[in-house]
Structure formats: C-alpha cells, structure tokens
Ligand binder design. Structure first.
Ligand code: 13P
Length: 247
C-alpha cells in the first residue's frame, strides 16, 4: 500500500448564507490555502456565484445534494449535470439532514452518488449513527453497513469521499472521544479495503460533527481521519481557515 491520502476540508454551509456572505468566501480565497484540498458547499442559489468568486484559487465549490436523474419533471430538484455545468466539482449526498428531513435512504443516496460520478463530480457520501444507535452499542456495524449501501458503483479514491458524521455530534458541540473516532474510521477503512482493495485504501474518510478551530488538529491527527466536513464553523472565514490550517 503506497497511496498517501491528501487531507480534505469541506465546508457545508447548509441553508445558511445570503449574497452578503460572499465576503467570507472572498476572504477564504484570498488566503488561498494549499496545505490540503478545500471545498466550500453553499446553498444552490449561490453555487454559480461562488464558482465565479473562487476563480483561480485552490478552493473548489460543491453542492449539497443532487437528483438521480439528468433532467426532467422534478420540480425544485437540481441535477448533477447542472451542478457540473455551473462549474462546481463536488456534491454532498446523504447528509443526515437529508436522511431525516426528506426520508432519504441509502439506496437513493447510492443512486445520487452514481449520478454525481456520471457527471464527473466528486461524491461526498455521508453516513453516521444516531445517539440511540451509539448507545445500543452497534454503531460500527451499523455505519459500515450504511456506507456499503450508500457508496456508488465505480467508487475510486479520485471520485468518492466518505464523511462519517455521528448525528448526535452535528451542531451540538459534542464530539466522540478520540478512541471512538479512531475505532469507527478503522472499521470503515477495513471495509473499504476489503471491498475495493487499493482504491479503498485511497478513499478519504472525513470526520464531521462539531469540528472547530480548537479541536481540529487533534481530530485530524487520528489515524484514518483524512480531513473534516465542517458545518457551523465553515461560515466564517477566520474559523474555517483555522480548521484548514490544522489539516
Ligand atoms: P457542525 O460542524 O455544525 O456540527 O455540522 C457538521 C455537519 O453536519 C457538516 O455536514
């Protein structure tokens, strides 16, 4: 196994930000971090403007969801083809808020990830257990199964990223212990390698859930943590750049 994984820090703005928030992106792009890969995922109406604003910086722009179809009668949905067309390079699929708010299940998420790949986008596939599932003691088996059911056919280190986000750590200020994160990421890595061999070794596994400038370095130092998916702390350039510099 010779592949080295370059760290990736992705910001998920969720349903936050107005046009005035472009100033934060401009500040991030002016800093132009090159120590790791960086992706910022704004809400859909800002996607094209963010791509334009990111310009020639190293920061890439992604979307937060896509439909499985190329086009058609799906009011309110957005295709991976359009995301690609406006110049974004990645799309988050299967975020726990999509799973909860919209009843999305792993089969649908796999199809969305496959639409992303078919359009040349990087799929950031989210998985994670609820607090009840963690308390029940079977989080690793459950999240591993969720990953296997959600990953697209044809997943490679170049086109797919896994984001492990414990639902109970999202927006709560709570994080798992270092041991819990290490153990989950090791279990996911073992499954990826068993299923995909060298590509499974190369696929990046991000941790997400209450990552802040103050805890990022410790989390990113855990084996098999290849970066982070950042919510609240990705909205402000100073916070986000602090996390990026920890990678
Ligand atoms: P927070 O960083 O706000 O906890 O959100 C994590 C997340 O859901 C990123 O997708």
């Amino acid at each position: 196994m010779t592949t080295t994984r370059r760290k990736l820090v992705a910001g998920n703005w969720k349903m936050n930000g107005l046009t005035a928030s472009m100033a934060e992106l401009v500040e991030m792009c002016d800093a132009n971090p090159t120590n790791c890969d960086v992706i910022v995922c704004p809400p859909f109406p800002l996607l094209g403007r963010f791509v334009g604003s990111a310009g020639n910086s190293h920061i890439e722009i992604g979307a937060q969801d896509c439909h499985t179809a190329e086009s058609g009668a799906h009011t309110g949905d957005v295709s991976a083809a359009l995301i690609k067309d406006v110049g974004a390079t990645a799309v988050i699929v299967g975020h726990s808020e999509r799973r909860t708010d919209h009843g999305e299940q792993s089969g649908l998420i796999k199809a969305k990830a496959e639409a992303a790949l078919a359009n040349g986008l990087t799929a950031i596939v989210c998985i994670g257990e609820t607090e009840a599932e963690r308390d029940a003691g079977n989080a690793e088996a459950l999240v591993t199964a969720q990953m296997r059911a959600s990953l697209p056919a044809g997943a490679t280190a170049a086109n797919t990223v896994v984001a492990y986000e414990p639902v109970w750590a999202i927006g709560t200020g709570r994080t798992p212990t270092t041991e819990q994160i290490a153990s989950m990421h090791a279990a996911l890595r073992t499954a990826l390698k068993a299923d995909l061999g060298e590509e499974g070794h190369g696929i990046r596994i991000l941790y997400g859930g209450s990552v802040k400038p103050g805890n990022a370095a410790e989390i990113f130092a855990i084996p098999d943590v290849d970066g982070g998916l950042i919510g609240g702390a990705s909205l402000k350039a100073t916070d986000f750049l602090g996390i990026v510099s920890a990678a």
